[in-house]
Write a protein that binds this ligand. Sequence first.
Ligand code: ADP
Ligand code: MG
Length: 379
Amino acid sequence: GYHKVLEENRKLYNQVQDLKGNIRVYCRVRPFLPGQSSSTSTVGHIDDGNIMIITPSKYGKGHKSFSFNKVFGPFATQEEVFSDTQPLIRSVLDGYNVCIFAYGQTGAGKTYTMSGPEELTEESFGVNYRALNDLFHISKQRKDTFCYEIAVQMIEIYNEQVRDLLTNDGPQKRLGIHNGSQKGLAVPNANLVPVTSTTEVIELMNIGQKNRAVSATAMNDRSSRSHSCLTIHVQGRELASGAIFRGCMHLVDLAGSERVNKSEAKGDRLKEAQHINKSLSALGDVISALAQKSSHIPYRNSKLTQLLQDSLGGQAKTLMFVHISPEVDAISETLSTLKFAERVASVELGASQVNKDSGEVKELRQQVASLKAALAKKE
Ligand code: ADP
Ligand code: MG
């Protein structure tokens, strides 16, 4: 009867909400850098969830708006950016898996968001330091009820090969990916280092940064042509029951999303670009398939999506930071970044999911309405 209809309706509604809750997209705009002229910016009005991009006349004057779960303007601090990320950190301690991605063209601020600037201060700490700090902090708060162990791995994917970044011994062997392992280690042969303090974390990250494959590009000589992934493994034991649960968080600084000019890129550079392209589109395909509750999720199409298979989908939570630069020169990359982001954004997907179910939802709504009307008459 009436009750059942309401229940069904709520179930459908929750499915839609789940989608919105499990995949979030935040957009962050980098400020102009010292020495850059800020007279022309392609970024127009910004509010909490919307951003307007102004295309300069040279590129066909006009403007276009995009919506995300959150938009951070050029003056947003690291602390502000992190405060909207914090709930995800807690969920790792509760046994959920989380993926946080930084996407965008080289120089748009991915590494700044995830790690911070080169000259690191406590104020400029990026998401990964803050996440670990929070984990240390909360696990101490819960010490009377839980015993937590926190350990990290850091790997990179370069030309579809997985390498360990937390190693000091020379050329690294390629590592294999194993999904569905009991301990939740997708790369069991990469070093797994227990950490208990921020100082240890900083030392480890420095080793990792040094090992990262770096090749200069015209846009940014710190640029990296690899995806780097810091994985934080948390194991919790409830003291009273002895029950053990695990959660892990992947913090992924993706390779630059810019398309390379075919005439310029040759040899190794072209190969790198093709690998990056392939893996970024595979990631986009997986996230959008998940959001559409597609029956087939194409994890196998890249090493990146294979690596994260157990942490993308199901109960896992995903957050993607998309970064854009405000410069006029960057306009075409800015637009393609925002289009990619919109494709994976829950705002859009939530809406399209409603449309997909709309026949059923509409019917249920009508039933609810007529039952309500019938009830009202009785009273
Ligand atoms: P990416 O990793 O995407 O290539 P970076 O994070 O290295 O880009 O950023 C490029 C430059 O811009 C760096 O010098 C970085 O410190 C600076 N930068 C990026 N984002 C910000 C920001 N939000 N505020 C201040 N400086 C930033
Ligand atoms: Mg970077």
